[in-house]
Design a protein around this ligand. Structure first.
Ligand code: AMP
Ligand code: FES
Ligand code: ZN
Ligand code: ZN
Length: 305
């Protein structure tokens, strides 16, 4: 099949518009979607520097390449979560990507740099590994972005956003719904601005982009992934999208546009009424009256325990 805009071989087909795109026109199309998200949600001002959190997966690596090509000043951040082969392999893909393009990649090692063993901590606290991992990732991403004076960009794509939104609707998790936003402002010097420039880009588009532009990425899911419930939601959404292409885009875009102004995202994504205080140990913000969740995890592994 030929590209609908030139005579090159197509790499992707859109049944809804009956358009096919070649690798270069797909890139142009994705860049337009990223630009639209950045402008619509006022994600970045000209000259603002970005820290792209990369997991070695297709979305975050593609996002990094696109932001570089759009002219943004970027650095990458890879967090070694210490999850065995999975972490080793994700790091190789992230490093390989950065080295090939001569880009700066910061690497933070949760075990070596902070003394936290995520799997052991989860066992001791009887919490799911994913939940401890989430606490650690959020803390490190925020801290690194604040210290670098950069806006934090993550690779959450349209399918991720749609399944999170639908998952939260199914359980009426109003709390999470109210705080969701593709662009959270910094409301405190210790809180980085956080953005999701890929909210209009589907998983299919980023996989096709990486494949057709030579980006090598990690394919297996994290072995501790708690995806059971979320994957049912993802499957359902993918069926809806197959039957009625464009539904996910309408769902995600509609939610964020219609909810603009009503929701409490002006509060930097923090629950209304919650007062954040500096953690007595690290100085980053916490809602708890003592040390923050990250410092509490660290203390599990400090000597004498
Ligand atoms: P996930 O929560 O695994 O779906 O990942 C969502 C986003 O978080 C990714 O697109 C990345 O931007 C970021 N991310 C996930 N894992 C890491 C990691 N180990 N290091 C840096 N960023 C990450
Ligand atoms: Fe953190 Fe899976 S990536 S537990
Ligand atoms: Zn073309
Ligand atoms: Zn702390």
């Amino acid at each position: 099949m030929k590209c609908s805009r030139c005579h090159e071989e197509a790499v992707i087909y859109y049944p809804q518009s009956r358009q096919a795109l070649c690798a270069e026109h797909l890139k142009e199309y994705i860049e337009r979607k990223v630009k639209r998200a950045i402008e619509r949600f006022k994600m970045l001002k000209r000259g603002e520097k970005v820290l792209v959190a990369v997991s070695g997966g297709k979305d975050s690596l593609m996002l990094w390449e696109i932001l570089v090509d759009m002219g943004y000043d970027t650095e990458g951040l890879y967090i070694d979560l210490g999850l065995g082969e999975y972490s080793k392999s994700s790091e190789e893909y992230s490093r390989g990507f950065a080295e090939e393009r001569d880009l700066t990649l910061r690497i933070v090692r949760v075990k070596e740099d902070h003394g936290i063993d995520i799997v052991a901590a989860a066992k001791r606290l009887r919490r799911p590994t994913c939940s401890v991992c989430g606490t650690v990732k959020r803390y490190i991403m925020n801290r690194e972005a604040v210290e670098a004076g950069r806006v934090l960009a993550t690779g959450h794509n349209m399918d991720d956003e749609a399944s999170t939104l639908l998952g939260n609707l199914l359980t009426w998790n109003g709390e999470q719904l109210l705080r969701a936003s593709p662009s959270l402002p910094s409301t405190h010097p210790k809180l980085a601005r956080r953005i999701k420039p890929l909210i209009y880009v589907s998983e299919r588009e980023s996989a096709t982009y990486c494949f057709s532009h030579g980006i090598k990425y990690i394919i297996p899911e994290c072995p501790y992934s708690e995806g059971a419930r979320l994957s049912v939601v993802k499957e359902a959404l993918s069926k809806i999208e197959d039957r009625s292409p464009g539904s996910l885009l309408n769902f995600v875009d509609g939610f964020y546009r219609k909810s603009e102004g009503i929701l409490c995202r002006r509060n930097g994504g923090i629950k209304e009424g919650v007062e954040l205080k500096p953690c007595p140990l690290c100085g980053y913000l916490t809602s708890s009256s003592g040390p923050c969740a990250f410092c509490r995890l660290k203390s599990l592994f400090s000597s004498g325990e």
